[in-house]
Design a protein around this ligand. Structure first.
Ligand code: GLU
Length: 427
């Protein structure tokens, strides 16, 4: 299915399955737009990719070396923006695909940012707090020339959190000699984080689900949702859906899932997880595997874990009306085709999970101005931006008779292409 010309032109180290997937999505949108071939070439490879070896002293005094990455896909609209992932599977191809998706996501939301992503190949759960701190500080030091509030602004992603952002901000500030909150977003509130940032991705997912329901003439009350992944995004999406009167009938984490056809008590589950690691220890509900969970009949399915979960192997058995991609890249292009043919309404990742980076933008703006907003202001502005983006994607999808992913990518690529043309090519 992949056009051969691209395979030849690309550096082989990018060509992991997930980068192929990002490229194929891009190619489909570029074809539909009849994109100028000179611009097309500039989008297929990331603008800059930095790979570092990070030596740290472990608690037992031995030295371990970790692989770290930061990929800046495009900076046409502003500094690049995107999270840092700590996970054993992190590699250059994955980080590059995620960086490309950030480019589309920021442009679609109308944010003055390009796209980036970073990561360290490690198992954060196997490292002590001190080891994690040393790893984060050394990674930041290795990246110091390539990041900055006007250059590239990291944020949390899978396996990282506000504490990691605080260490990054402190390390960067030590090098500069003054406190620089604008270097990262997703920081703790007391060092310049934004109110509402922690819930923002989950909140954005729910705004998209509500808009999709409106479009499909569905009442929210009593509808059933299934959520794969109960990290920051999945847990917040579950809590907000629960508040909206939607029954969350199943959730899962890396180990296993929990199912109750009458709806799980999400507030009680979240309380339980304050002192317990895994959802399986929650007394209420039946056990299901992650694979079974994805195929449970429901109205709304929210993959909020890792990429490539819905594939050609299980797409025929996915049994939902709306699929809202809270994770990045959970659906492969082959699965996309099957879901489209089956009439499932898919809200793509670059739209569904864009609430996080949108409030990251608010955090960056508040930090630069030293003027902080109320949570209500943050949520209201987020709601407006996400709903407007949803409606533009929906309108294009209807007028061009394409699915929501293709429409979203077409809008983003069009916007950045216009900006590239206005700026011209240096020299
Ligand atoms: N990691 C998040 C994402 O994939 C947030 C990025 C950000 O806030 O910069 O969208």
């Amino acid at each position: 299915m992949r056009p051969r010309k691209i395979e030849k032109r690309l550096d082989p180290e990018y060509l992991t399955p997930i980068y192929r997937m990002a490229l194929l999505q891009f190619e489909q949108a570029a074809d539909k737009l009849a994109l100028d071939p000179n611009v097309r070439k500039r989008f297929t490879d990331p603008k800059r990719a930095i790979m570092v070896n990070i030596p740290i002293r472990m608690d037992d005094h031995s030295v371990e070396v970790f692989h770290g990455y930061r990929v800046q896909h495009d900076t046409t609209l502003g500094p690049s923006k995107g999270g840092i992932r700590y996970h054993p599977d992190v590699n250059l191809g994955e980080v590059s695909a995620l960086a490309m998706w950030m480019t589309w996501k920021c442009a679609l939301m109308g944010l003055p940012f390009g796209g980036a992503k970073g990561g360290i190949r490690c198992d954060p759960h196997a490292l002590s707090r001190n080891e994690l701190q040393r790893l984060t500080r050394r990674y930041t030091a290795e990246m110091i020339q390539f990041i900055g509030p006007e250059i590239d602004v990291p944020a949390p992603d899978v396996g990282t959190n506000e504490q990691i952002m605080a260490w990054m901000m402190d390390t960067y500030s030590q090098f500069r000699g003054y406190s620089t909150p604008g270097i990262v977003t997703g920081k703790p509130i007391r060092i310049g984080g934004s109110l509402g940032r922690t819930e923002a991705t989950g909140r954005g997912v729910v705004y998209c689900i509500m808009e999709a329901m409106l479009h499909l003439n569905m009442q929210a009350e009593g509808k059933r949702a299934v959520i794969q992944g109960f990290g920051n995004v999945g847990a917040n999406a579950a809590a907000i859906l629960h508040k909206e009167g939607i029954k969350v009938i199943a959730v899962s984490d890396v180990k296993s899932g929990l199912y109750n056809s009458n709806g799980l008590d999400i507030p009680a589950l979240r309380k339980h997880l304050e002192n317990n690691h895994f959802v399986e220890s929650f007394p209420e509900g039946d056990r299901v595997t992650n694979a079974e969970l994805l195929e449970l009949p429901c109205d709304v399915l929210v993959p909020a874990a890792l990429s490539e979960q819905i594939t050609k192997e299980n797409a025929e058995r996915i049994s939902c009306t709306i699929l809202a991609e809270a994770a990045n890249g959970p659906t492969t292009p082959a699965a996309d085709e099957i879901l489209r043919a089956r009439g499932i309404f898919l809200v793509p990742d670059v739209l569904a999970n864009a609430g996080g980076v949108t409030v990251s933008y608010f955090e960056w703006v508040q930090g630069l101005q030293n003027l902080f907003w109320t949570e209500e202001e943050v949520n209201n502005r987020l709601e407006k931006i996400i709903k407007k983006a949803f409606q533009s994607v929906l309108a294009l999808s209807l007028s061009e008779q394409v699915d929501m992913r293709l429409a979203a990518l077409m809008l983003s690529i069009q916007k950045i292409t216009e900006a590239k043309k206005a700026r011209g090519l240096f020299p």
